[in-house]
Write a protein that binds this ligand. Structure first.
Ligand SMILES: [Zn+2]
Length: 424
């Protein structure tokens, strides 16, 4: 078994891991061999952060365009083949060998530990384990390493979820937060006493549970008002192969510094101050199959400066405020779809999606499509949303079946709440 050190490593130890990673990528990754040579970067001479910063950013487009050139081990070594979620553009192939699967297991093991899960606990995984999804497998491997009990119900199927909760009495669920609302709804309609179920905590993925002021998001408030369970936010992606997890204090997600080197950069590529929003750029450490160096995630978030009162040494990042490419400019105001989502959640509207287009002058135009089965009038929604966002957005009604088709496309692993038609 590979030794991954502990998340309590010093900055010097982390930098040593980073240097090892750079040398490994330079030696083994065809993409980085070429990229570092072309940019005249001598990796063995990198001794400080300032030196490291001279390495140009790797973009999502690089990964799409030169996908297989990122492979740094022999193809025959690959065990697990997955793809990125493809929220922005085409999904990209990702591959893991034995060492990467061990790293992935270790990563989730540490993440579950932050959320307080121990060996004696039973955990129900309500996300898919297949569909080329890295995270579902990661949860399973992490729980195996922890020695916890596991129920693999997979995504959807509220009836099966409740049947499993009643049979196996899990203390924790792994779930997408908005799916919890579906579970609650099903329980209420079917007379299930969910408030007294065995479930005490949920490891949440995919949706922010904090707003940009690091307060509970409307979604968290809504779920917890209905069901008194502890919600732990996590943030991760296929490319990072690393999870950022909220501790019991729920004030930002702890970084695992032994597995990932993070930077948050402004438009000019300079690090932003703590508390300022910039783009998260990552160098996942100790990855063998597809190492990345200074990979721009497109996710806009902030570093939280002070140490966490929980006593963990590791630093924290705030929730994803938005995706860089999804920024909307409407009548001089900049906002992200996440702001609109937060506003809609606060109004307790869930059956909708957001569509962005360009008008004939090239300005962004945003329309929120709401199910016609929803009782509130579009003008009412518009007015209530304007109070929250200080901006008037178009609201259109569409049939429930069209909404379902657009929001849950068959090939997508998660709901498509934002439809960006601006480049079409
Ligand atoms: Zn903490």
């Amino acid at each position: 078994m590979k030794d991954f050190l502990s998340p309590d490593i010093s900055l010097e130890q982390q930098f040593e891991l980073l240097r090892e990673h750079l040398l490994y990528a330079k030696q083994n990754s065809p993409f980085y061999k070429r990229f570092l040579d072309k940019n005249k970067i001598n990796v063995s001479g990198i001794e400080t952060y300032r030196d490291f910063q001279q390495i140009p950013i790797t973009s999502k487009e690089d990964l799409q365009r030169h996908n297989l050139d990122f492979l740094a081990v022999d193809y025959s070594e690959i065990i697990d083949h997955v793809t990125t979620s493809g929220t922005l553009g085409n999904p990209v192939n990702f591959m893991l060998n034995e060492a990467d699967l061990q790293r992935l297991a270790y990563n989730e093991y540490e993440s579950f530990k932050i959320a307080g899960i121990v060996k004696n606990d039973v955990v129900q995984i309500t996300t898919t384990l297949d569909r080329r999804f890295m995270a579902g497998m990661a949860y399973y491997l992490g729980l195996r390493k922890l020695g916890a009990g596991i129920i693999r119900t997979g995504s959807g199927l509220p009836g099966l979820q409740w049947d499993s909760i009643e049979r196996f009495k899990p203390k924790f669920l792994v779930a997408v937060p908005s799916f919890l609302l579906k579970l609650i709804d099903y329980a209420e309609k079917n007379g299930i006493d969910y408030k007294n179920s065995s479930v005490k905590g949920v490891i949440c993925i995919g949706e922010s549970l904090l707003n940009e002021h690091l307060e509970a998001s409307a979604l968290r408030i809504k779920i917890q008002r209905l069901w008194d369970v502890e919600l732990y936010s996590t943030y991760a992606s296929t490319e990072m192969a690393t999870a950022f997890t909220e501790c019991e204090l729920h004030k930002g997600n702890h970084i695992l510094p032994n597995l990932i080197y993070t930077e948050i950069l402004d438009e000019a590529g300079k690090p932003v101050k703590n508390g300022e929003v910039g783009e998260l750029v990552v160098t996942p450490l100790q990855v063998e199959s597809m190492p990345l160096i200074r990979y721009a995630t497109g996710d806009m978030l902030m570093n939280i400066g002070d140490d966490c009162a929980c006593g963990r040494k590791s630093k924290r990042i705030g929730p994803v405020i938005g995706r860089k490419k999804q920024m909307l400019k409407i009548k001089g105001t900049s906002l992200y779809p996440q702001h609109i989502q937060e506003g809609m959640n606060a109004l307790e509207i869930s059956d909708y999606f957001i569509e962005a287009k360009k008008d004939i002058f090239g300005n962004d135009q945003v329309c929120i499509k709401v199910s016609e089965e929803f009782s509130m009038k579009p003008t009412e929604i518009q007015e209530l949303l304007r109070e929250k966002l200080q901006i008037k957005l178009e609201i259109h009604r569409i049939s429930a079946s069209e909404l379902l088709r657009k929001k849950f496309p068959k090939e997508s692993r998660k709901p498509m709440i934002f439809h960006d038609l601006r480049s079409i």
